[in-house]
Design a protein. Sequence first.
Length: 380
Amino acid sequence: MKYINTTDELKEFCKNLKGEEYIAVDTEFLRESTYYAKLCLIQVASSKEAVLIDPLSEDLDMKPFFKVLLNKKILKVFHAARQDLEIFYQLMGKLPTPLFDTQIAAMVMGYGDAIGFSSLVSSFLDKKISKTNRFTDWSRRPLTSDQEEYALNDVVYLRPIYDQLKEKLGERSDWLNEENEKMLNEDEYKNDPYEAWKRLKIKNKEPRFLAHVMEVAAWREEMAKQKNVPRGRVIRDDAVIELASIQPKSKKDLGRGRALPRGFAESDYVDGVLEAIARADKLSPKKYPVYNSKRVKLNDKSEALLDLLKVLIKNKCRYYKVAQKLVATTEDLELFCSGSSKVAFLKGWRFDVFGKDASDLRDGKIALAYDDKGLLILEE
C-alpha cells in the first residue's frame, strides 16, 4: 500500500496507470458541517497496486489524477457512485468517464435494491468487511493503520467484484449502459438555487405563497454556498416557510417570526431576505412556481389497475432476476395508472421487461392468472 501526499508521487502513480483497462475508485468525505462535501481521501486500485491519495495535503495538486478520471481509455469502477460523482463534478466541473457502477450492475443482475458494498463482498467473495471505522472522521491526520486498511479494502475488493459482474452481465450490458447515460448527465449535478424550494415540505400550495418560498429558499441556498455551511446553519426549513408566510417588508417585521434564530433581525442576512421577498412581490403570476406532487390521486378503476401492476412487476422482476426498484417505483406505477406516458418503463430495456405487458394489461389485451408454477399472463 502506498500513501500519496505529494504532487510528484501522484504524477508517478498516474503515469503508471497508462495502459490500465480499468481502475477501482472510492472516496471518503465529510459533509456534516459544510455545504459542499469535504473530500478527505481517495482510494484507487489498479492491476499493479492500491494507493491512498490525500487531497488534504498542502503538498499535493490533484490535477494529475483529474486527468486520469477524464481519460476515456481507462474505465472508472465505483460502487454507489452518485456522491463520488457529485464531489468530482464540484472539483473538476466535469464527470469521470467512462464509468461502471457495481451497485447498479448488481441491481441489473437481481442482487436486490440498492445493495450495499459489504453485501456484495459477502456474496461474490465470501468475505466479511469490518464496520469498525464506518464513522471515522476522515479529515483527521494521521490516519491509523486500521483506518488505512479499511479504506483500501473498498477498492481492493471492488476489482474482483467488477470482474465477476462484467462476466455475468452478458447481454444486460446494454441495460447498464442506459443507466450509466443517466448517471453521466451533468444536469443531475447542477444545483439550481431556484429548484431548492422543491425539497421543502409545504402544506400551502397557493402559487403566490410558493413564489415567496422559492425566492427565500434560493437566497438561503446561495448563502449556504457562499459560506460553505449546511442550509440549516443559515436558517432552518421552517424559517423559510415562515418568512414566505409573513412576507416581511422591513427589519421590524422580522420580529414577528418565531422560527427565525435569535438575533436574526440584527444579522447580515436581513438585506438578503428582504430583497428575496421584494423579488417575489414583483414576480409576474405567469412565473409563479407550480407544486407538482409525485403522488397522484387515482379513481377506483385506476386503483384496481395499480394493484394488478404491483403483482405483475413483482413477478416479472422475479422472472428476469432484476431489482424491482430499478424497473419502476410505486410513483412510476401511479403515474402510469393516472394516464401519464412520462414513465421510464415505457422505453428502453424496461419496456421489454415490464412496460409492454403493463400497457397491454391496462388496455385489456392480456389478463393475469396463477397456476401451480406461479403467475400466468393470458392473452386476450
